[in-house]
Design a protein. Structure first.
Length: 66
């Protein structure tokens, strides 16, 4: 029997189906926050890359033309 709704916390497996409503809500909040954290990291990476591109563009435009 393989339970697909197992949550591992501190190295211990828990059956999420047995969680109380409050525990299930906490799990939902954690999952939502983890997704937002991943999205924010991606946005930060994109921002850093764009910042570097525009910085390099400005530096290149300031160099004397030969």
């Amino acid at each position: 029997m393989e339970n697909q709704n197992v949550i591992k916390i501190d190295g211990k497996d828990y059956d999420a189906n047995a969680f109380s409503a409050e525990q299930k809500y906490a799990v939902a909040q954690i999952q939502s926050l983890q997704a937002k954290q991943t999205e924010q990291k991606m946005l930060l990476d994109q921002t850093q890359v764009a910042l570097q591109v525009f910085t390099n563009q400005l530096i290149g435009s300031l160099k004397p033309k030969e």
